[in-house]
Structures are given as structure tokens and as C-alpha cells.
Write a protein that binds this ligand. Structure first.
Ligand SMILES: CC(C)(COP(=O)(O)OP(=O)(O)OC[C@H]1O[C@@H](n2cnc3c(N)ncnc32)[C@H](O)[C@@H]1OP(=O)(O)O)[C@@H](O)C(=O)NCCC(=O)NCCS
Length: 193
């Protein structure tokens, strides 16, 4: 399977644990206003790992216009015309991490605790497999215990924890945690040698 054929399945309906039906699909350049509104709903510390200044509308517009889904694939969950969650698959497309996808996820505070992050990360891992990636990883600071739990439930394990390695916006140090999941089956490993 390829990225293109994996994306053919979208838009897809998703039923949350409380029964709410939402739609999932990849980001489209025309989504910039809804995407900006979504980012402004998050608490500032939760924006720490997003490299763009996403609280500025023009930055989000430029980001959406320059979208390359093969490199950064934001999978959105929608409730009507509002974005309620996003999970992004980042690919380096070359170099020594070309076989590893990086996954990050954010859920609108009002829609947390309904299984949305788990569903979006699960879908994104399926897309990573369709892209023939061999591993996926996710980065956290040690205090993101909820997020670490979400990824753990999906089979990710802690690969490394570096005590007091990273700094937040207030220059307070935190543990750096890298989690990972192997996507190859035992048979594929056996054939790889
Ligand atoms: C972490 C985050 C993505 C979780 O989103 P969510 O949709 O509420 O998560 P889910 O409902 O899918 O949670 C699945 C399970 O993970 C665990 N979990 C999720 N959030 C948790 C929290 N804050 N504390 C403890 N466990 C938590 C629970 O076991 C939960 O299952 P349960 O509700 O049956 O107990 C969301 O809180 C968020 O956007 N946080 C800010 C951004 C962030 O930290 N992103 C991660 C960086 S990659």
C-alpha cells in the first residue's frame, strides 16, 4: 500500500466512546482558519513541540498553503466545522531516520477523555505502515503522563528517558522521553537479514 491509497479511505467516520460521531481526514490548505481556532484552544505549554507559531493566523495559513503530506501529514478530527483533534505523522524522507515516522497528537480540551487521541494515533500508525515505515516514535517531556499513557496503550514503549534534559518556556528542566513502536512483523524481520 502507498500513502495515496491509504488516504483514499478518507474522509472516515469515527464514533467516540460517548457516542459522538466525528469525521477524520487529512488537513487541506483551506482549513487554515479552523486549524488556527483549534490551536488557540490549547494551553500554551501544550504548544511547546509545535515548531510553527500556530497562535498567529498568518503562520497557520502559510503552513497550510505549503503543505506536503508526504513529509507532514496532519490527520484531523472534525465535529461539524470545528477541528477537535489532530495527529501528525512526520517523515524525514531521507537520511538515517528515513525509516522512522514521528507521531504527535493534540486534542481540544473539551473533547478529551473520550478515546479520541487513542483513535487518531491508531489511524496514524496504520498510515505509517501503509507508507512502509519500519518504526514510529513520539517525544514527550516527563510530565506529559497522560500522553505517555495513550501511546503506551497502543504498544509504544519507552526507548529512553534523559533526566532534566529539556527546558520549557519558563526555562524549567524536564525529563526527555522517547517512545517507539516497531511496525515490522516477525516474518518481515526474518526476511530483512
Ligand atoms: C494527551 C492527549 C492527547 C490525550 O487525549 P484524549 O483524547 O483525552 O486521550 P484518550 O481519551 O484517547 O485517552 C486514552 C487513554 O489514555 C489515558 N489518558 C489520557 N489522558 C490522560 C491523562 N491526562 N491522565 C492519565 N491518563 C490519561 C487513559 O488511560 C485513557 O483511557 P481512559 O479514558 O479509558 O482511562 C490530550 O490530553 C492532549 O491533547 N494533551 C496536550 C498535548 C499533548 O500532551 N500531546 C502529546 C505530545 S505528542
Amino acid at each position: 500500500m502507498s500513502l495515496e491509497s491509504a488516504l483514499d479511505e478518507y474522509p472516515k467516520a469515527l464514533k467516540l466512546r460517548d457516542g459522538l460521531m466525528c469525521q477524520t481526514r487529512p488537513l487541506d490548505p483551506g482549513d487554515h482558519a479552523a486549524f488556527h481556532r483549534f490551536f488557540t484552544s490549547l494551553n500554551p505549554p501544550e504548544l511547546l513541540y509545535i515548531k510553527h507559531r500556530v497562535t498567529e493566523p498568518d503562520v497557520v495559513r502559510a503552513w497550510c498553503e505549503g503543505l506536503d503530506l508526504g513529509r507532514n501529514l496532519p490527520l484531523l478530527a472534525w465535529d461539524g466545522d470545528a477541528i477537535i483533534g489532530v495527529c501528525t505523522l512526520h517523515q524525514s524522507l531521507g537520511g538515517w531516520k528515513r525509516h522512522i515516522g514521528r507521531v504527535s497528537v493534540h486534542v481540544h480540551p473539551k473533547f478529551r477523555g473520550r478515546g479520541l487521541a487513542q483513535a487518531l494515533v491508531g489511524e496514524t500508525v496504520d498510515i505509517a505502515r501503509a507508507c512502509s515505515l519500519e518504526k514510529v516514535e513520539a517525544e514527550f517531556i516527563g510530565t506529559q503522563e497522560g500522553a505517555i499513557k495513550v501511546f503506551g496503550l497502543l504498544g509504544f514503549s519507552e526507548l529512553i528517558r534523559l533526566p532534566d534534559y529539556v527546558k520549557d518556556m519558563q526555562a524549567i528542566t524536564h525529563d526527555y522521553v522517547l517512545m517507539g513502536l516497531d511496525l515490522l512483523t516477525d516474518d518481515e524481520y526474518a526476511g530483512a537479514g
